[in-house]
Design a protein around this ligand. Structure first.
Ligand code: UD2
Ligand code: MN
Length: 767
């Protein structure tokens, strides 16, 4: 009743409003809940999509990381799985994927055919479809842009010789099978590890060089010769097998694909010294000149022999980017010995990752040997990646390399001599440097294959290529304080003032941007100086990569003929290099025994305009910059002596005033008393040089001309009693003598006791 009373009149209205509000509130709340869940659902969905895209992008990145030249450590750290230990072949699907890919590429390689190209000098075969069958294809010719050193005493390297008893190699052979494929010939991997830090060495003389021979009785050197067997399933991550990581880097591949079964008893197997029976010595001698090494023995050694892995231990752990550029390996040769040429090619085929080896180009520089014609064509036809280019005229190694470069399809050019053996893991560390910076020009460590017993010898660490005057190439250890200051490890790339010349990789485009080699360089010699100065002075870098090692047979003589005189060829090449690259330092080159090259009647070094223009165009640095920044330990004084010229008899100094010579009290502050004794052996004051006047037994002041022999005076050139004299070069036995009256100088017969003929400069920089 009471309720009814309240619901009457205005109370009823109020109750209605109250109930309606409650219902409204309930609806509102429900609507809010729905819209909230809607929003969060949408957000979730968006997040999911975003995440999916993110992961997709990341996995894409891992599979196809962007090709860039940033530092690998940074890039690798950005990618997922960076911390992950390097995977191995049995790493589930990934391992299988890699195996499949490798198998596929091996198969692909087998299904192709070799290509042989005839090349006229100055011509080049046009690039062709990579996958097209290559047999006997006649190729469109296009002009080769021919642009183009001194080897020298490359043999003076400190080397270690790997040695062990023949019977011990047998028990050492346990090959590591990486890919269980039926293509066994192509799928066997052996890593012969010789940790050089464990090798004790004794000195021995090999081929005139001081070498260090591993002493097999110490530190178990024999044991080290045993191939290190690493079954993927056992998960030894230290020896890089096919450990491709999703992160875009993998452990360097230690591929060593060889014929199976490899004969462990074969002569020279595992890079060991091979011995020739006494009764065979005449045979050895007979065949020596074919290559200026033990050709007879070389022919007995398998063309695909194993050699010890001489890399510093840590090299096998190096990380390499998955997307390295491919390379064309270019061998140019003239009358190369059959077995060494084949061994060179096999070592590349057997120890290079197939996906990185675009092709091998053999440039036959007009060889005369029959076996290098059809027999070579036939042999190489079994290797689809090998192309042979034949030059119709002898061009010399410089232009032959250019012919190879002109037809190369790989992104990187890798030049090798035709008597080498590439070691395990040699290629990737080179290409990695080019990948990081296309202006880096990496060279492998050049190890020594004995010319006598064909044994493979490892060289000392921290060796770099240098030159001495007059542009003579040589090896020298990296200064110890530099190693210490930079905390250098034995695996670190070594900055190298000049390369040896024969073995290096270079980004193809960069090679041509640099104007390649000076094509005016003939046959052999000097091109390593030219390309080294050019690379450094025009923005690039040359490095020796300790993790990349290639053996080379250093020969006492060139086994082929030079179309012109060998010495003249090399001198001429060097003079071209000096004129284009050395600026004022070219005097040091000429002054070290090459002043005769300054006489244009004696030698024509050809036109240099293009080379000089090229240097300007590339805005290259000066040679002084090169010395200061690249080779600061090089001693390169611009003059032999300078300062005051003191006469011991007169106890006064020579002065040049108003075109006349006189003697004055010595005073360093007087410019008129300052003279240079130059590399041309001139006594020089500004532009004026002193020359003998034979008729009047006197002297003349002439404008300096570096080509003029009469302006040259011998001084301090020997430790004889005449060392302090100025004796003329054109008139032997005549010396400059100081006097106070009349003419300050007269030309008199040299007298070792005459103090008036003895002269002293304030500073001496060189003898
Ligand atoms: C060194 C270099 C070499 C080259 C040379 C100077 C190394 C290991 N070797 O002398 O590459 O830089 O200094 O120029 O750094 N060849 C031709 N045509 C010729 C002459 C030579 O194709 O007219 C070939 C020859 O067959 C060989 C290569 O060029 O494959 C280098 O010649 P080398 O082995 O006689 O030079 P090498 O090692 O004494
Ligand atoms: Mn060589």
């Amino acid at each position: 009743m009471k309720v009814r009373k309240y619901l009457r009149g205005s109370g009823r209205v109020l109750a209605f409003v109250f109930v309606a509000s409650i219902i409204w509130l309930l609806f509102d709340m429900a609507a809010l809940r729905i819209s909230l869940s809607d929003v969060s659902g949408q957000q979730l969905k968006e997040r999911l999509i975003r995440e999916r895209e993110f992961y997709k992008k990341q996995s894409m990145q891992a599979l196809h990381p962007r090709r860039s030249f940033t530092h690998p450590a940074r890039r690798a750290a950005d990618l997922p799985g960076h911390q992950k230990a390097p995977g191995r072949l049995n790493d589930g699907d990934e391992g299988q994927r890699v195996k499949d890919e490798l198998r596929k590429s091996l198969h692909l390689a087998k299904s192709n055919h070799s290509k042989f190209v005839d090349l006229k000098p100055g011509d080049a075969a046009a690039h062709e479809n990579d996958n097209a069958p290559k047999q006997n294809s006649s190729v469109k010719k296009e002009a080769v842009n021919l642009y183009i050193y001194t080897g020298g005493t490359t043999a003076q390297k400190a080397v270690h010789k790997v040695d062990s008893k023949p019977n011990e190699k047998v028990k050492g052979v346990e090959d590591e099978i990486l890919l269980k494929s039926t293509e066994s010939r192509l799928t066997q991997t052996t890593t012969h590890r010789l940790p050089n830090q464990d090798v004790k060495v004794v000195n021995e003389k090999v081929a005139g060089m001081q070498v260090k021979v591993t002493d097999k009785n110490v530190l178990g050197a024999n044991k080290q010769l045993k191939p290190a067997v690493n079954h993927p399933a056992e998960g030894n991550a230290r020896v890089g097998t096919l450990a491709v990581k999703k992160s875009g880097v993998h452990t360097v591949l230690s591929l060593d694909v060889t014929n199976s079964p490899r004969d462990p008893k074969a002569v020279g197997q595992f890079g060991q010294a091979a011995v020739v029976a006494v009764h065979e010595n005449s045979e050895v001698e007979k065949r020596w000149n074919e290559g200026h090494f033990n050709v007879y023995l070389s022919e007995k050694i398998p063309v695909d022999r194993a050699i010890p892995d001489t890399r510093p231990r840590k090299c096998a752990q190096s990380l390499i980017h998955d997307d390295l550029p491919s390379t064309s390996v270019i061998f140019c040769f003239v009358d190369e010995v059959w077995s060494t040429l084949l061994r060179s090619v096999h070592s590349v085929l057997n120890r290079s990752p197939p996906n990185l080896l675009k092709e091998i180009i053999l440039v036959d520089d007009f060889s005369t040997k029959d076996y290098l014609k059809k027999q070579l064509d036939d042999y190489m036809s079994q290797f689809p990646k090998v192309r042979i280019i034949r030059l119709k005229e002898r061009q010399g190694l410089i232009r032959a390399r250019l012919a190879g470069a002109a037809v190369a399809k790989g992104e990187v050019l890798t030049f090798l001599d035709s008597h080498v053996e590439c070691n395990v893991g040699w290629l990737e560390p080179l290409l990695e440097r080019v990948y990081l910076d296309r202006k880096k020009v990496p060279c492998p460590v050049i190890e020594v294959i004995s010319d006598k017993d064909l044994s493979y010898m490892l060289v000392d660490n921290f060796q770099r290529g240098i030159f001495k005057w007059p542009l003579v190439f040589g090896w020298s250890p990296v200064p110890a304080d530099y190693i210490k200051k930079n905390n250098m490890k034995d695996t670190d790339p070594i900055k190298c003032p000049v390369m040896a010349g024969g073995l290096f990789s270079i980004d193809k485009k960069y090679f041509f941007e640099l104007g390649s080699y000076d094509p005016g360089l003939d046959v052999w010699g000097g091109e390593n100086m030219e390309i080294s100065f050019k690379i450094w002075m025009c923005g690039g870098e040359i490095e020796i990569i300790p993790c990349s090692r290639v053996g080379h047979i250093f020969r006492g003589q060139n086994p082929y003929k030079f179309p012109k005189n060998r010495q003249k060829t090399v001198e001429r090449n060097l003079a071209r290099v000096a004129e284009v690259w050395l600026d004022e330092y070219k005097d040091l080159f000429y002054g070290h025994g090459y002043t005769h090259l300054l006489n244009k009647k004696v030698i024509d070094i050809g036109n240099l305009t293009e080379q000089i223009e090229l240097r300007k165009h590339l805005k290259c640095q000066s040679f002084r910059w090169y010395l200061d920044n690249v080779y600061p330990d090089m001693n390169a004084p611009l003059v032999k002596a300078d300062g005051l010229v003191y006469n011991r008899g007169l106890r006064k100094c020579l002065a040049l005033q108003r075109d006349s010579l006189s003697f004055e009290t010595c005073d360093l502050s007087k410019q008129s008393q300052h003279f240079n004794y130059t590399w041309m052996r001139n006594i020089r004051h500004r532009e004026l040089c002193i020359a003998p006047q034979v008729q009047s037994n006197s002297f003349a002041l002439q404008l300096c001309d570096s080509a003029k022999n009469e302006q040259r005076w011998l001084h301090k050139s020997s430790i004889s009693p005449m060392a302090e004299h100025f004796s003329t070069e054109i008139l032997r036995g005549m010396c400059l003598e100081g006097k106070l009256e009349g003419q300050a100088l007269q030309l008199r017969a040299c007298d070792s006791n005459n103090l008036f003929q003895k002269w002293q400069f304030t500073h001496y920089y060189a003898q």
